[in-house]
Design a protein around this ligand. Structure first.
Ligand code: ZN
Length: 411
């Protein structure tokens, strides 16, 4: 389906002309007969490619009816494509190198490059990219270049079923250059079908002109017979992974059997456990139940049987000592509270222990003093910020207390 471009789309116009000026048949000059406009998305924005089409000017020439278009167009995009090569490669790279999903690619194209492609269009591009990549990977020249420094081939074949009921994908790999040669999904794993792949592998090895030193596969009959027939004399080693898995099979079966036997033997264990629990509950019911069945947090007993009726005398003493320690710790912590009293004493200062209980400190009285100073600021001299000693404890009202303090010890 053709893409309908919005009216206000700003295109970058690229005009291309036919590379040759003269007809290759008669040598006459080429005439421009038409223009073809091809609009595409690129990563740099929408582009309108204007191709000037030409044909031979001589009506008698055999090439007169043949229209020629500029080759340079294929360097930007292919005919009927909506995207340029840059977008195409971007999509393929994100899909196969980064393993992005199609919706993710679609969102990124729309957000970053403002290219509104549908999921179908991206899937098409991905499929084309895959085909091109496979063709490139299997290109004889590329393969020959990859095997320039390889002396011999070690081939392997294996089948993988993505899901149950799906076709099995057979993959032939070469292990010295670590290269996947080709892969094909086969409907059946019959010897004839598999042999076709082995024949293809032999053709590849022949084309490369390299000897096959080893074949590696599992012990599937089709592989064993096929490799022996197509590669006579080539050693065929069984895959270590498959070998170990097969080796472990009898062990797994024996283990499973042992588990069943063990369960059968200890089947009555639950009934015994229940009986023991009931016995314990009966014993607990006979003793004076002060403590509940739950283990108390503070108590630590040497006895292991539960529930314990009442804490013993040494335990109670230990609890008392612990309670005293906790009280002392709380007092010390309270003494260390921050005292910010707007004075030239450091804001972080230790509260004196008697201040904790006697509430005798300038910080305690400060709000009242400040209120009084606001009422009659001229009458009040500056307030001392030093704490009072304990023997000067005053029982009068707060305002008068502070007044006498400031008068007796002016700054
Ligand atoms: Zn001509």
């Amino acid at each position: 389906m053709r893409h309908s471009w919005p009216e206000d789309t700003q295109f970058t116009r690229v005009v291309l002309e036919v590379e040759d000026n003269v007809c290759t048949v008669c040598g006459a000059a080429l005439h421009i007969c038409d223009h073809r406009r091809h609009r595409i998305f690129t990563l740099q924005g929408p582009v309108e490619v204007v191709c000037k089409l030409a044909h031979c000017s001589d009506r008698q020439c055999a090439a007169h009816a043949k229209t020629r278009s500029p080759y340079a167009e294929t360097a930007l995009t292919l005919p009927w494509w909506l995207i340029g090569w840059d977008v195409f490669c971007w999509v393929g790279h994100r899909r196969f190198a980064r393993h992005w999903s199609v919706p993710q690619i679609r969102s990124e194209l729309a957000d970053t490059y403002q290219i509104p492609l549908s999921a179908d269009a991206i899937e098409d591009a991905v499929r084309r990219y895959q085909t091109m990549l496979a063709a490139r990977q299997q290109d004889p020249q590329v393969v020959a270049a990859a095997y320039r420094n390889v002396a011999a081939l070690v081939l392997s074949i294996d089948g993988l079923q993505p899901e149950k009921g799906h076709e099995t994908l057979y993959v032939v790999r070469e292990l010295n250059a670590k290269r996947i040669w080709f892969a094909e999904a086969l409907l059946s794993s019959s010897a004839d079908e598999v042999r076709r792949l082995l024949i293809q592998a032999r053709a590849w090895a022949t084309r490369l002109g390299l000897p096959v030193h080893l074949w590696l596969s599992d012990k599937q009959d089709a592989f064993v017979t096929g490799i022996a027939a197509e590669f006579p004399g080539v050693p065929h080693r069984y895959c270590v992974n498959h070998f170990l898995r097969d080796l472990a099979k009898p062990m797994l079966e024996a283990d499973s059997h042992a588990k069943v036997t063990m369960r059968r033997k200890v089947r009555g264990l639950r009934a015994i456990e229940r009986e023991v629990l009931q016995q314990r509950r009966r014993i607990a019911g006979e003793t004076p139940a002060v403590a509940p069945a739950r283990r108390p947090l503070l108590l630590h007993h040497r006895r292991t049987s539960w529930p314990r009726p009442y804490p013993s005398r040494p335990t109670r003493l230990r609890m008392l000592v612990r309670l005293c320690w906790i009280t002392v710790a709380l007092c010390v912590a309270y003494s260390m509270t921050i005292r910010a009293d707007r004075s030239n004493r450091p804001a972080y200062a230790w509260r004196r222990p008697w201040e904790t209980f006697g509430l005798r400190s300038n910080a305690t009285w400060m709000p009242t003093v400040m209120a009084a100073r606001t009422l009659n600021s001229s009458a009040w001299p500056p307030v001392s910020t030093e704490a009072w000693p304990m023997y000067k404890r005053n029982t009068r009202s707060s305002v008068s207390t502070c007044k006498s303090s400031s008068v007796s010890r002016p700054r």
